[in-house]
Design a protein around this ligand. Structure first.
Ligand SMILES: Cc1ncc(COP(=O)(O)O)c(C=O)c1O
Length: 396
């Protein structure tokens, strides 16, 4: 989250004073409908029919998306080897097995490796848009459609970006956004949103996220039989914050992109540093200046120079699959009988998270550097960063 101010205070105050904080309520009695309005506004902004705000964040959104698609034991879901671990754990939460595929130089899922990894048990793929950089959706969605595989887009790190003129999160069957504290916008430190154009998927996700839809006023209108699941409902304070933050989003992204372009121009091609290829530089959110170098030694030397403020992606903690210890050690769920790795239906599915599973991803991460961008930097600060980056490149 980059920006917040009086508008957030004003809108949250109205909710607090209304004393109607639950998402369901009667507008005639002063209920402000913040969650419902956010969902309508987000759906309109993304250009989709349905949106569902979640208190459980992007993680809950991914779980609801997979549950809506009916993914479960006996199914494999392809996920990239470079992503926040929730992409993979959401697959396990619904009882299926995540199968790793390589990322390419853009840091998005490599369409060729995705295609290579397709086997008879693969039911879905989750392309992820890391640090506001779109995956190659055109190729991935085309392959998936051809092979009858569902697409869940993980746009958690890309609120409001686009790919080829269309918002990310809206290319697949279901898309998921995160509004946690570290994202482009936040709904109060946590929160997420699921979007889809498919009525049945929306209904199933709604039921899954709402304790069997016991509280929905329109539950009687659902065409899908209600089943019992989880409780990820958003409240009105979250809705109010999400609405104000949404209004800030395009301005934040415009500033991030402008700064990313300025810094990229200053450093690209100097001293063996280049800007990582993007599947759509115009739609990319510019959250990070993403630079690549010849090898790990050069990447480390560059990132450590004064003023660069960068880090090498192999150090990106739980975004790197080799750091997903619970998966590597098959420690899933609170009870051994609920561990999907041991479900009879999952025996023989591909659960390889070893160091050798995705060597190309690890090689790319070892020589890729992120430099974080702050959309509120002044011109003086941007100029200083430009100089620091150029000086760092000159040391190589
Ligand atoms: C790529 C990706 N997917 C999923 C998530 C999960 O989102 P949340 O923290 O809102 O549950 C995150 C959050 O960091 C993420 O970066």
């Amino acid at each position: 989250m980059y920006r917040a101010g009086q508008e957030e205070i004003d809108e949250v105050s109205k909710v607090i004073l209304s004393k109607q904080w639950f998402r369901v309520g009667d507008p005639k009695s002063g209920h402000l409908q913040e969650v419902v309005l956010f969902e309508q506004e987000w759906a309109a902004k993304m250009g989709v029919t349905y949106a569902l705000l979640m208190s459980g964040g992007g993680t809950a959104g991914l779980v609801c998306a997979l549950a809506a698609l009916g993914i479960g034991p006996g199914d494999e879901v392809i996920v990239p080897a470079y992503t926040w671990l929730a992409t993979a754990t959401s697959v396990l939460t619904v009882g299926a097995i995540p199968v790793l595929a390589e990322v390419d130089e853009t840091l998005g899922l490599d369409p060729a490796d995705f295609e290579r990894k397709i086997g008879p048990k693969v039911k879905a793929v989750i392309p992820v848009h890391m640090s506001g950089r779109p995956a190659n959706l055109e190729a991935i969605v085309a392959i998936a459609r051809q092979r009858g595989i569902k697409v869940v887009e993980d746009s958690c790190q890309m609120d409001g970006g686009s790919y080829k003129g269309r918002r990310t999160g809206t290319w697949g069957d279901v898309g998921v956004f995160s509004f946690n504290y570290y994202k482009i916008i936040s709904a109060g430190g946590e929160g997420g949103c699921l979007v889809t154009n498919d009525r049945q998927l929306y209904e199933r996700a709604t039921i899954y996220h709402d304790s069997g839809s016991a509280f929905r006023p329109q539950a009687g209108e659902l065409q899908t039989p209600i089943f019992v699941a989880q409780q990820y409902r958003a409240g009105e304070v979250m809705g109010a914050l999400a609405r104000v933050q949404m209004k800030r989003m395009d301005g934040i992204i415009a500033d991030l992109r402008r700064m990313r372009n300025t810094l990229a121009e200053a450093v690209s091609g100097r001293g063996g540093v280049w800007v990582a290829p993007s599947n759509d530089p115009a739609g990319d959110c510019g959250v990070m200046l993403t630079l690549q170098l010849k090898n790990e030694a050069q990447a480390r030397a560059f990132a450590a120079q004064p003023g660069v403020g960068g880090f090498v992606l192999i150090d990106h903690g739980k975004h790197v699959y080799t750091n997903w210890e619970p998966l590597r050690e098959k420690r899933i769920s609170h009870h051994p009988d609920m561990n999907p790795f041991f479900f009879p239906k999952n025996q023989g599915l591909r659960a390889d998270y070893s160091d050798t599973a995705c060597p190309r991803t690890l090689e790319i991460l070892r020589r890729t550097v992120y430099v974080a961008i702050n959309p509120d930097w002044t011109d003086v600060e941007v100029k200083a960063k430009q100089k620091d980056l150029q000086a760092a490149a000159a040391t190589l």
